[in-house]
Structure formats: structure tokens, C-alpha cells
Design a protein around this ligand. Sequence first.
Ligand SMILES: Nc1ncnc2c1ncn2[C@@H]1O[C@H](COP(=O)(O)OP(=O)(O)OP(=O)(O)O)[C@@H](O)[C@H]1O
Ligand SMILES: [Mg+2]
Length: 261
Amino acid sequence: MPAPIIKVDAISKSFGAFKVLDGLSMQVMPGEKLALIGPSGSGKTTILRILMTLEKIDGGHIQVDGEQLYHMERNGQLQPADERHLAKMRQKIGMVFQLFNLFPHKCVMDNVTLAPMLTKGLARTAAEKRAMELLDMVGLADKAKAMPAQLSGGQKQRVAIARALALSPKIMLFDEVTSALDPELVEEVLNVMRKLAAETDMTMLLVTHEMGFAHDFADRVLFFDRGRIVEEGKPDEIFRHPKQERTQSFLKKIIAAGHRV
Ligand SMILES: Nc1ncnc2c1ncn2[C@@H]1O[C@H](COP(=O)(O)OP(=O)(O)OP(=O)(O)O)[C@@H](O)[C@H]1O
Ligand SMILES: [Mg+2]
């Protein structure tokens, strides 16, 4: 039995007086495809941002790839991690956001090569070679010189995926990456994610309202409510036979809103 690649142990997180996560624990196995679902405000984005080291935690521990994320061991004692440790750990994880967050004044190629050149010290030729492979993988090899403003939403999102992959992360986090897209552009982005799931052994965590996609894609589904995991299981268990009343009423609402489950 391999060790979990992510181990979240009793973490808490507050924004002001509001406790978003309260003793959350979860584990993710290497290569696992996980879907995080749940109502608005339940803490799904917060947990991804914490894993990406974009938010600090107030309590608890997180292990990523065998190492503490927010702590460092010194003389056998755990201490808060310094920026250098965080920067090292951050390279293990890539994140794609709802609103792409591309650098608007840089062409597609520069968007994909910037981080590997700056953080990994990759030479431009090597970074560009890898970027072309990734752009080819997401179907955008012909857009390398385009500026973000010249791309459709679906194309921007595929560049954002290529950019996150350029650092060769072991773990990829996707936060509602299709929810800002026109309906006809959703499928091209989902197809890239299907391809990643099929062709790589990356660990993938996906927050989504696309329940049909979550059902097909995920090995396991976590249902979040008020900062806690209320129910988890295989997609068929969660979507077809939810046990908890809160999961049942959430799925009813989603279906009533016209989503395929
Ligand atoms: N930077 C912040 N400052 C203050 N409150 C925040 C901040 N980020 C998130 N919150 C609050 O934390 C709670 C959880 O937010 P989070 O974004 O994690 O929810 P979510 O499950 O991703 O919701 P959604 O489905 O709407 O994206 C919400 O009540 C939100 O208002
Ligand atoms: Mg969110």
C-alpha cells in the first residue's frame, strides 16, 4: 500500500471571526482523481488555495509528498516553514483557476515559460521546447505567439493548464475551471482534463459543479458542507446512493438547476 501523497490533518482556517475550515482531515493517494463538491461557501476553494500555499492555516498539519507543507523539521521539532521551504513545496503543485489569471501583456509562449525559467532556472530553449509539447497537448501549438486577449475563454483556460503543467507538478488542482466559460467552450477544456487523467499518473483534485464530469472523471468524491467533509465515496455511491440528508438535498438542487448527474 503506497503512502498518501496528501495528508491533511485536523486543519483549521478562519477569515476574521468566521471559521471556514474546522478540523478538516483528508488523504489523497498518488495518482488519485478526486472531485470536491458542495454548496457555495463550504470551503472548497479555501482548501485548494491552502494546498497551493496561497492561504496560511491557523492550526493542524499538512503533508505533501512525504514532507510537511507549512512546517519544517529542525532538531526533531516542527517549526513554521520559511518562504524557501514553501517555494520548494509549491513546485510540487500546480493550480488552475476559474478566471485563468494569465499574464495579459505576455504572449502564450511567455506565459508558459516564465515560471520554469524563473523558479527552476531552465534555459529559454529548454523551456520553449517543453512549452511547445504542452501547447500541442492542449491543442494550441499554433497559438504560441498569440496574446491572451486574442484567445477565447476555452483557449485561455487551456493555456492556463499548460502553464501549470510546465513546472511538472505531481499534483494538479482545478478550481471550477469551466464555470466562467460559454457552454460551447466547456467541452474542449474537459477534454484536456480527460486526456491528462488518461495519459499521466498525476494526482488531480477538482472542484466542480459539472456533476456529470465529476462522475466520469473521479475515483472518489468528497461532499463538503460548512468546512467539513460530510460524505465521501465512489462516484456511484455519492451520486446514485447518497446516504447523508445534506448530500441528498444538495444533489436535488443541482439536478433541479438543470445539471446532469
Ligand atoms: N479572503 C477571504 N476573506 C474573507 N472571507 C473569505 C475569504 N475567502 C473565502 N472566504 C469565505 O470563506 C467561506 C468559504 O469560501 P470558499 O471560497 O472556500 O467556498 P467555496 O466552497 O469555494 O464556494 P463556491 O462554490 O461559491 O466557490 C465563504 O464564506 C467565503 O465568503
Ligand atoms: Mg470556490
